[in-house]
Design a protein around this ligand. Structure first.
Ligand code: FAD
Length: 391
């Protein structure tokens, strides 16, 4: 059994915890990252790797993502272990003319905010991939979007953080936390005493909160992914359908009942090695991570609407992950007034890969109690959910 003292304990070794560990260690703060399983064994290894603005609400959401993209570019230059970073932009495709009109408005709004968005016509779409359907009316592109391998990115962050002095405790499940002057964190692998604690446990953040009688309104939103075998090069950059935005933000969409019921919208991410990840679904079904073949079928069918020419492509496997959902689609990155020294960095829903770096930097500034922060704290405060009933 290990017992130790640390200045900052971070609970959760997903992409958010790893990014925090990196920035806090880099600031020469004594820091310990605690993970119940292996590193990156939660949602951050059961997702896509899109670092996008294309699917963010114009305004604070987009601006926060832009800062994160700039930080990832810095890390691409700074970290030692490569993480399959590709800054090629990403595209959205439309199903019909009505969506095309909405897409044009989306481009207008995002461009006015200074973001690099352009409309794509049907010929542009054909040039993106020879496998696209002939009747796609067009779409849009966001030039600054990029792709990473989230799993490798986490290992790369931790590798560098260890060089700055990070202590890593894997296979150490936090089972209880008490607070006197310091926090005493009981784990299945010893006790850790910390001056400050960061809860970066993703969809499990509410359980950590409960240990200190703090209600955290984060709910798991399940997603399925189908993995395609490497065969013929399918395309180079990530593509989503416009309806993905509707699903994510819970807006009305004209699709069949099954597609709507399973929250399915096309996402196709080409990996660096030209396997491809097909998604995705959105469902509130608690913490049941089993694969539902009905959902997988709906996803495959939806993919064929946009890519009918890949119907003979081989698929290798399928998996699920849980997006940490909050009611207003923004994460909680915040101190908690009731328990001084306790911070929450969770609730990134389908944006945790995109927003991990800005989250890491922000938490580093929070624990150092800096007056000026890289982005405004207000929209991310925990107490915006003060009205949310405990369930
Ligand atoms: C299908 C799918 C596709 C997605 N695609 C994208 C995408 O393309 N782009 C994007 O930006 N986002 C995407 N997301 C969202 C993104 O994956 C998540 O927002 C992100 O991974 C959350 O990271 P996290 O570090 O908060 O949580 P996690 O990765 O789940 O990390 C939390 C960690 O805490 C640990 N933990 C829990 N309880 C304890 C305990 N008691 N003690 C110690 N450790 C504990 C867990 O084991 C886990 O490793 C997708 C999600 C899904 C499901």
């Amino acid at each position: 059994m290990n017992n130790s003292h640390t200045e900052v304990a971070i609970i959760g070794g997903g992409i958010v915890g790893c990014a925090i560990a990196y920035y806090v260690s880099k600031a020469s703060i004594d820091c310990t990252l605690i993970e119940k399983g292996d590193l990156v064994s939660g949602t951050s290894s059961r997702c896509d790797g899109n670092v996008t603005i294309v699917d963010k609400d114009p305004g604070f959401d987009s601006q926060m993502s832009l800062v994160s993209q700039e930080l990832i570019l810095e890390l691409y230059k700074e970290l030692d272990l490569p993480f399959e970073y590709r800054a090629l932009g990403s595209i959205l495709v439309c199903d019909n003319e009505e969506e095309m009109d909405a897409a044009k408005k989306w481009v207008e709004t995002q461009s006015k905010a200074g973001l690099k968005f352009h409309v794509l016509n049907p010929i542009d779409i054909r040039q993106e991939s020879p496998y696209f359907a002939d009747d796609i009316p067009g779409g849009l592109v966001c030039e600054t979007d990029s792709l990473i391998n989230p799993y490798l990115f986490c290992y790369s962050l931790v590798d560098k953080a260890k060089q700055f002095g990070l202590k890593l405790r894997t296979h150490s499940e936090v089972t209880a936390i008490t607070k006197n002057e310091d926090f005493t964190i009981e784990t299945t692998n010893g006790t850790i005493v910390a001056k400050k604690v960061v809860n970066a446990a993703g969809v499990w953040a509410p359980f950590i909160g409960k240990m200190l009688d703090i209600h955290i309104p984060i709910i798991p939103r399940k997603g399925h992914i189908l993995v395609g075998a490497r065969q013929k090069p399918i395309m180079m950059r990530n593509v989503m359908e416009f309806g993905y935005l509707m699903n994510k933000f819970g807006r009305e969409r004209k699709v069949d009942e099954r597609t709507k019921g399973h929250g399915v919208a096309l996402v196709l991410e080409p990996t660096e090695s030209q396997n491809f990840l097909l998604g995705s679904s959105r469902q509130f079904v608690g913490y049941d991570g089993s694969v539902d073949i009905n959902v997988v079928e709906t996803m495959a069918k939806r993919a064929l609407r946009f890519f009918p020419k890949i119907d003979d492509f081989k698929m290798i496997r399928t998996y699920t992950g849980f997006r940490p959902w909050t009611e207003d689609h923004l994460p909680i990155i915040s101190s908690v007034e009731k328990v001084r020294g306790f911070y929450i960095a969770a609730g990134h829903e389908g944006d945790g890969i995109s927003l991990a770096t800005v989250t890491g930097k922000l938490v580093e500034e929070l624990v150092r109690e800096k007056e000026e922060t890289i982005i405004p704290l207000e929209p991310l405060r925990y107490d915006r959910f003060a009205h949310t009933p405990v369930t």
